[in-house]
Design a protein around this ligand. Structure first.
Ligand code: HPA
Length: 282
């Protein structure tokens, strides 16, 4: 008998919690080239995705593929070092399954990070952008199929997907660190080919500031389960056709590594303040 999604998420969560005495309420998903934040957590356990029941395994270069549970300062966190994508052949529900597991393991607030192409010409390579909204152009939704009310409602509201309060905290902390942050709208495509210049012009017309191939399935599932979200994009390249040159994945990873110091410092500064918010709102 195949177990239903809820039971699979529940047993994966029980397995994860059996590996540590920590009980994090904040989760993070680290995007391409942004995995280093998980390297210097204290009291850390590292659980390869392959060991977690029903977890999908990442195949993309730049994604380590392990769940790290540890502390950033005093704040316990559950960190996905690497994620899977639609372009690897997974369905949107499979891509978002780890977020289901985090939710069942007690995560209330989720930080989603990604590498993205900059469409808004105010952004430069290496800019950090806090998402205020997204446009789902992946042609898939992780909630397709029967709804399980134990996760959330059939028709979840998406008006407040990216929590304003978390964004304000992130902007304040970025300014304090001397990083000039931006706020923008992320368009998610399925990939894996990068966009054409015409597609980028179209995305700009419909209101997108950034383009990428991730984050949206996880954000939808997190909202379905009532989590609050902070999402941060690192602009690893200007989107196709903005500069007269080709896009290469190695550059995406390289720029991620270059802004890593800033990025890690921002996450470390944001976490204690997010923890206060989680305590306040229960
Ligand atoms: N397009 C889509 N995904 C991306 C890009 C891009 O330009 N850069 C990093 N991820």
């Amino acid at each position: 008998m195949t177990l239903d999604l809820f039971t699979r998420a529940e047993s994966a969560a029980a397995f994860v919690l059996s590996q540590t005495a920590l009980r994090p309420q904040i989760g993070l998903v680290l995007g391409s080239g942004l995995g280093a934040f998980a390297d210097d957590l204290t009291d850390a356990v590292r659980i390869p995705y392959a060991d977690i029941p029903a977890f999908p395994r990442s195949t993309a270069a730049g994604h380590a593929g392990q769940l790290v549970i540890g502390k950033s300062g005093d704040v316990p966190v559950a960190v996905m070092q690497g994620r899977v994508h639609l372009y690897e052949g997974y369905s949107a529900a499979e891509v978002a399954f780890p977020v289901r597991v985090l939710g069942r393991a007690g995560i209330r607030a989720l930080i989603l990070t990604n590498a993205a192409g900059g469409i808004n010409v105010e952004y430069g390579q290496g800019a950090l952008v806090m998402l205020r909204d997204h446009i789902n152009l992946q042609g898939q939704n992780p909630l397709t199929g029967a709804n399980d009310e134990r996760f959330g409602p059939r028709f979840p509201d998406m008006t407040y997907t990216y929590a304003k309060r978390y964004r304000e905290i992130a902007l304040e902390e970025a300014n304090r660190l001397g990083v000039s942050p931006h706020v923008g709208v992320y368009a998610a495509l399925a990939g894996p080919s990068y966009e054409t210049p015409a597609e980028i012009r179209y995305l700009r017309t419909i209101g997108a500031d950034l383009v990428g191939m991730s984050t949206v399935p996880e954000a939808i599932v997190a909202r379905h389960m009532g989590m609050n979200i902070l999402a941060i994009s690192c602009v690893t390249n200007m989107a196709a056709g903005i500069l007269d040159r080709a896009l290469v994945h190695e550059e995406v990873l390289e720029v991620g590594r270059r802004v890593m110091g800033q990025f890690v410092a921002l996450l470390r500064a944001v976490l204690p303040r997010m923890m206060e918010e989680v305590k306040k709102t229960g």
